[in-house]
Design a protein around this ligand. Structure first.
Ligand code: E4P
Length: 220
């Protein structure tokens, strides 16, 4: 499974890059707004830190406007993937961008029918928002399972399932269990994946016992 980081905060990405876990980055207009910075400048910096796909979202809602914005965004770096909303017009823009060889991430996906259309429109990624579905009492993971089944029924569909709106580590575990190709994870959740109280307790006990030996591994 690939891990993308869901942030537009360049400092956070810089801090996490040495972990080797960053296979890509997703941004959205809300995340960019939180930075208070120029979008293109932010994208340039992110693409300098991460060689995998970096999703940059258009804000026009008509196909011509989306295509014009996509052209500007795609010119920032070779690894930019254009994010378009899962609307009728977004799907039309997706088809045209895919036909030009530009990677597209179709975002704001909330149903299996939408995911099927995204794949037929040539999307490189579809982003089902599991947390936002859970928030309204629907199962985000049931949607991932449905999309997995549908895509597996038609091997010619090359779209990758990019699980988005992740709220906690179990979203990542369940997405991996279901075979989603990618999770885009907020930085705080990524760090929580490594934590377990028994790991902390076990380490504490090992170190306490080790100190009783009076030895140092480096000094022999
Ligand atoms: C995905 O690409 C989105 O940026 C993101 O995962 C949305 O998450 P949220 O529901 O926490 O805003």
């Amino acid at each position: 499974m690939k891990f993308f980081i869901d942030t537009a905060d360049v400092d956070e990405i810089r801090g996490l890059a040495p972990s080797g876990f960053l296979d890509g980055v997703t941004t959205n207009p809300s995340l960019v707004s939180q930075t208070g910075r120029d979008f293109r400048e932010v994208l340039e910096e992110i693409c300098g830190l991460v060689s995998g796909p970096v999703s940059a979202e258009v804000t026009a809602t008509d196909p011509a406007g989306m295509l014009a914005e996509a052209e500007t965004l795609a010119a920032v770096a070779d690894n930019i993937v254009i994010k378009v909303p899962l609307t009728w017009d977004g799907l039309a823009a997706c088809r045209q961008l895919a036909d030009r060889g530009i990677g597209v991430n179709v975002t704001l996906c909330f149903s299996a029918a939408q995911a099927l259309l995204a794949a037929k429109a040539g999307a490189s990624f579809v982003s089902p928002f599991v947390g936002r579905l859970d928030d309204i009492g629907q199962s985000g993971m049931e949607l991932i399972a449905d999309i997995r089944t549908i895509y597996d029924n038609y091997p010619a569909l090359a779209t990758e399932i990019l699980v988005a709106s992740i709220r906690h580590p179990m979203h990542v575990v369940e997405a991996a269990r279901l075979g989603a190709e990618v999770c885009t994870i907020p930085p705080a959740v990524l760090k929580r994946l490594a934590g377990h109280p028994l790991t902390d307790k076990g380490l504490e006990a090992f170190l306490a016992d080790w100190s009783k030996t009076g030895q140092s591994i480096l000094e022999g």
